[in-house]
Design a protein around this ligand. Sequence first.
Ligand SMILES: [Zn+2]
Length: 79
Amino acid sequence: MPIYEYICPKCHIRFEQLRSLSSAEEDADCPKCNAPSGRAISKFVSRSKSDFGMLDHMPSSGGGKSCSGCSSTNCSTCG
Ligand SMILES: [Zn+2]
């Protein structure tokens, strides 16, 4: 499962959660105060991480194309 970053609106801490793709957009609970926290918009961190992990595991056959903004093949920006 990919790792997503969330930011707590109360303590403003950034934390990571393993989420399935389908629940990535849902709020994650802050580990400190349990406040529902939204996704952190940090392309750099999540991109370098997911690119690193995904490239090893993704079969290169099958013709699946991913857009530059994500590592999946069916996000909203993939087309
Ligand atoms: Zn918090």
